[in-house]
Structures are given as structure tokens and as C-alpha cells.
Design a protein around this ligand. Structure first.
Ligand SMILES: Cc1cc2nc3c(=O)[nH]c(=O)nc-3n(C[C@H](O)[C@H](O)[C@H](O)COP(=O)(O)O)c2cc1C
Length: 378
């Protein structure tokens, strides 16, 4: 490797049972390009393989729906809920392993952010309060989110079981681990969110109660999969349709949330913020990733506008995170780690989300042309 200033990015890291060859992770990105039955095609295999070939030590998949009930969020979203879906993921996990990377399935229950369910069921949420903002046009939605039905005590058990079953299916499909999607307004994050959760049982009210479902699912999944499988959890303040949201109790609330997560045996906590290194709350210099690292012993993955190797290295150098996850910069540079390792120039991050469906179609086309243009344009 050339002698450059980003050597730390290429240190190995032990992520639970998985040894990562460097510190770069592909962040989860929904593609809405699955088959109608939620299986994935050769094209998706190739999409993921290229990031592994480009040097990302671990890939986190797009959010996968976990049951054939309320969990899907978007038409075209792939699942990990049926045998056919498990079989279809095998080619992806094999291809990623052949390129020496680790591959983690993101398990997602869309909750009140659901805007397209192929099984014809409506959304559910902690209470009958719709997600703020408007449905995402680039995933085929429009107008306000519908009001969800409130999750019952029986539903809680079914949801927990759906996460467990889908984690077991992910293992069967050859994944090295799972990431529980507790971010971006989806079901687990909706429970965490003061303005969506008016419950008066043990899952509502205090921050400890609001994070309880996530903690219980972390425990239940770990118990089911054992130690030899990566289990992580992703958290955010912002949501897909409410980017500016902040945890209402500020840093004190963050302390409670991360301290509760520290009672579990998750291998990592993945925080996503608009800018990974920025202070999470006014008047406190700590980023969300730093707060996570302060109160848990898990590996910390930081995400959000980590565009350049300098930004990535400074996060690692100052012990702010153990791993960096890239989404849009990775779309523009599917071999971002290799480019950095060899001091090759980087393309600017792709911004597929401005301007609705046309742009996401362009992005898909763009992604294909990037895929097909061989090494130099990758
Ligand atoms: C096209 C696209 C799809 C995304 N889908 C997901 C997803 O399925 N799950 C998730 O947790 N985050 C998702 N995100 C958020 C990214 O993982 C990431 O947090 C965000 O883009 C900020 O990181 P960046 O600055 O590196 O792009 C998506 C982002 C983009 C651009």
C-alpha cells in the first residue's frame, strides 16, 4: 500500500466474530429494484459484488422486510421473509464472500413510514399517529402518510418474533450478520420518538421505555443466532420525512438510550446523522457516534457526509468511531476504499434523492452505467 496519510482506514477490525480487512463499510441503501415477490436478481448480486471488489470491508444491505404482514415499506423492496427470498440472497452473499468482504442484512420494519405493502396491509405504529412530512416520491409515494393502527400487546410479540425469524433466515442465506433498523422513522425508531409514541404501557413515556422494544429485539435476536453471528443496531435522530428531528431529551436522553443498548450484546451501534462529526445537540460538542461510544462498549459505526478520506480518517483518529459507513460517496465511487488506498481521485457524491422519481430512475440508469463501465468508471 502506498505510504499515504490514511493508513488508519486500512487497519483491520474485529467486528464480533467477523474480521474486517479495513474500516470502511457500505451504508444501507434501498434500491426498490427487487422482483415483485421480493427476491433479488443477478443484477442486484452484481451491484453488491462491485462494492466488495472495490474494497469495502463490510456491506450492509438495503433494508429488507422481515415478514409478509406489516413490515414492507416500499413496492420493489426485497425481503428476507420467505424461502424463495432466502434462496435468492445466497448468490449475493456468495459473491460478496468471494471478494473477501463481510455482508450484513439490514432487517427493517417500516412501521408508520410504510408507503407500499405488496401484501395489501396498512401501516402500524406505536400509537395512531402518522409519520410527519410527506411520503417519498422517489419510492412511489405521494401525499401525507396514512394514520397507522396502534401496535397491540400481541403485535409486540409477533414483531419481536419476526425480527428473530428473519435473522435466522439471514444466517441461512449466508449473511455474516444482521443490522436491526432502529433509525429513520421506521417502526423501532417510531417507538423511540416522543411525538409518535403516546403509549401508556412499558413501551411508552420515558426514553428507557421508548427504547425498550429495540433492546428486547437485540436480546431476542442474539439469543436466537448465538455468538457466532454479527448483530448490530442502527439509530438516528432524523427520519426520512423529518430530517431535522432531535431527541427531545438531548444528550441526557442519548445517555439513557445508549446505556440501555449497552445491556445487550450487540456487536455494533451504527449512528447516522446528517454530518457524522457534527455535535448531536446544541451546547454539547459530542457527536451522536461519540455519545454511543461513551456509553457502550460495542463497535461504533459512524455515517453521514463522510465524503473524503480526510473526513473519514479524522473520525477514526480522534476515537470518534471505529468504522465509517458511506452511502452517496460510495455510489459515486464504488471502489472508494481502493481509490483512497491507491491515492486515486474521487468523484463527487451522487445525489439521487433531489427531485423525485425521475432522479431515482436516472440514478438507477446511472448506477447501471457505472456498473458496466468497468474499472475506471466504477
Ligand atoms: C438511495 C438511498 C437509499 C437509502 N436507503 C436506506 C436504507 O434502506 N436503510 C437505511 O438505514 N438508510 C438508508 N439510506 C440512508 C443512508 O444509509 C445514509 O444514512 C445517508 O445517505 C447518509 O449517508 P451519506 O452522507 O454517506 O450518503 C439511504 C440513502 C440513500 C441515498
Amino acid at each position: 500500500m502506498p505510504d499515504n496519510t490514511h493508513a488508519r482506514l486500512f487497519d483491520t477490525h474485529q467486528l464480533g466474530p467477523a474480521t474486517l480487512r479495513n474500516r470502511t463499510v457500505l451504508a444501507p441503501m434501498t434500491r426498490v429494484s427487487a422482483e415483485p415477490d421480493g427476491t433479488v436478481s443477478e443484477r442486484i448480486k452484481e451491484y453488491y459484488r462491485v462494492f466488495a471488489a472495490g474494497g469495502f470491508a463490510a456491506l450492509i444491505t438495503e433494508g429488507l422486510y422481515i415478514d409478509t404482514e406489516h413490515s414492507p415499506g416500499y413496492f420493489g423492496q426485497p425481503g428476507i421473509a420467505t424461502d424463495a427470498q432466502v434462496q435468492s440472497w445466497r448468490k449475493v452473499t456468495d459473491a460478496v464472500h468471494d471478494e473477501s468482504s463481510t455482508v450484513i442484512a439490514q432487517l427493517m420494519h417500516a412501521g408508520p413510514q410504510a408507503q407500499g405493502n405488496p401484501f395489501g396491509l396498512g401501516p402500524i405504529g406505536p400509537t395512531e399517529k402518522p409519520a410527519r412530512g410527506e411520503q417519498l416520491p422517489f419510492y412511489g409515494g405521494s401525499g401525507p402518510y396514512p394514520t397507522p393502527s396502534a401496535v397491540t400487546a400481541d403485535d409486540i410479540g409477533r414483531i419481536r418474533q419476526a425480527f428473530v425469524d428473519s435473522a435466522l433466515r439471514a444466517r441461512e442465506a449466508g449473511f455474516d450478520g444482521v443490522e436491526l433498523h432502529g433509525a429513520n422513522g421506521y417502526l423501532l425508531d417510531a417507538f423511540l420518538t416522543d411525538y409518535l409514541n403516546d403509549r401508556d404501557d412499558q413501551y411508552g413515556g420515558s426514553p428507557r421505555n421508548r427504547v425498550r422494544l429495540t433492546v428486547e429485539i437485540c436480546d431476542a435476536v442474539r439469543e436466537a443466532v448465538g455468538e457466532d453471528f454479527v448483530v448490530g443496531v442502527r439509530l438516528s435522530q432524523g427520519k426520512v420525512s423529518d430530517h431535522a428531528h432531535k431527541w427531545i431529551g438531548g444528550a441526557d436522553e442519548a445517555e439513557v438510550i445508549f446505556t440501555e443498548l449497552a445491556t445487550t450484546t450487540v456487536d455494533y451501534v451504527h449512528t447516522t446523522e446528517p454530518v457524522a462529526s457534527a455535535p448531536a445537540f446544541e451546547g454539547d460538542p459530542r457527536s451522536l457516534a461519540m455519545l454511543a461510544g461513551q456509553f457502550t462498549n460495542a463497535t461504533i459505526i459512524a455515517n453521514g457526509s463522510i465524503n473524503t478520506p480526510d473526513e473519514a480518517s479524522s473520525l477514526l483518529d480522534r476515537s470518534r468511531a471505529d468504522l465509517v459507513a458511506l452511502a452517496k460517496p460510495a455510489l459515486a465511487n464504488r471502489d472508494w476504499p481502493e481509490r483512497v488506498r491507491t491515492d486515486a481521485p474521487l468523484n463527487d457524491p451522487l445525489v439521487p434523492l433531489e427531485g423525485g422519481l425521475a432522479d431515482i430512475e436516472d440514478w438507477e440508469v446511472n448506477a447501471d452505467s457505472l456498473l458496466n463501465n468497468g474499472d475506471s468508471a466504477r
